[in-house]
Design a protein around this ligand. Structure first.
Ligand SMILES: *Cc1c(COP(=O)(O)O)cnc(C)c1O
Length: 237
């Protein structure tokens, strides 16, 4: 009955233990409950259990759920964002985790300008180099940030996001998370106008503890909270 509440409590404990192992304060780590494929009733149950930040990876699902739940939770967009769909999410989301190309930044800028909105975004980096993954190659990150800083005054870059490869042993993901943290350090040293590195969004059900040990302060967790399978990965690596 209270499965979601139990799961959520368990995740919070595991995040806290991983934080302590790394000498970090667990309170600096935000858990984003990933609700793709979950019904509104299930999300309501999650809200009862204390979930207050929701991650969605499809525009239509976010829009439908937003209509039902509005500001009961904070909305994050975590999936691949098509340029022509920016207009549907831009005034609903607190943070876009998946900025990965200039054409998308320019569309967010255009829509933000029109609605007088300042849009918070993380840049998605493909640190593993897997071809199936979205995200900028690491070597393109700094030039990309310089262009966004220059051209997109309505976008606040707040940090970086990555999706690690899906592997049986989560320990194998560690180098990728470390790489993202090091990239963020490198960016900080550049002091690019309008670019902050406050957030590292990394770690999912399979690997969030390793991500926290490596410095994640946003983890995106779906299956471990909602007890679902990993079917989605088939079409959405
Ligand atoms: C689905 C998804 C997650 C959550 O994955 P789980 O394995 O269910 O925890 C995190 N990030 C993104 C971008 C996703 O699409």
């Amino acid at each position: 009955m209270h499965e979601i509440a139990d799961n959520f409590r368990d995740i919070k404990e595991r995040v806290a233990r991983a934080a302590f192992r790394a000498g970090r304060n667990p309170e600096e780590i935000t858990i984003i409950a990933v609700t793709k494929n979950q019904t509104i009733d299930t999300i309501r149950e999650g809200i009862q259990a204390g979930i207050n930040i929701i991650g969605e990876n499809r525009v239509q699902e976010l829009v439908d759920k937003y209509e039902a739940l509005e500001n009961q939770v904070q909305w994050h967009f975590i999936g691949h964002l098509q340029t022509n769909k920016v207009k549907y999410v831009i005034d609903k989301v607190h943070l876009i985790h998946s900025l990965d190309r200039l054409s998308l930044a320019e569309e967010i800028e255009r829509r933000g300008e029109r609605k007088k909105l300042s849009v918070n975004a993380l840049v998605q980096v493909n640190v593993s180099g897997e071809e199936s993954k979205y995200g900028l190659p690491p070597e393109e990150l700094i030039p990309f940030l310089e262009k966004v800083s220059d051209r997109c005054k309505n976008i606040n870059i707040k940090g970086l996001m990555t999706i690690a490869p899906y592997v049986a042993d989560p320990e194998e993901t560690r180098p990728f998370f470390r790489c993202l943290r090091e990239l963020a350090e490198e960016v900080k040293e550049r002091n690019i106008a309008g670019v902050k590195m406050d957030f590292l969004s990394m770690g999912m059900t399979n690997d969030f503890e390793v991500a926290v040990e490596e410095g994640a302060n946003m983890v995106r967790i779906g299956r471990a909270i909602f007890n679902t399978t990993q079917e989605w990965r088939k079409g959405n690596g």
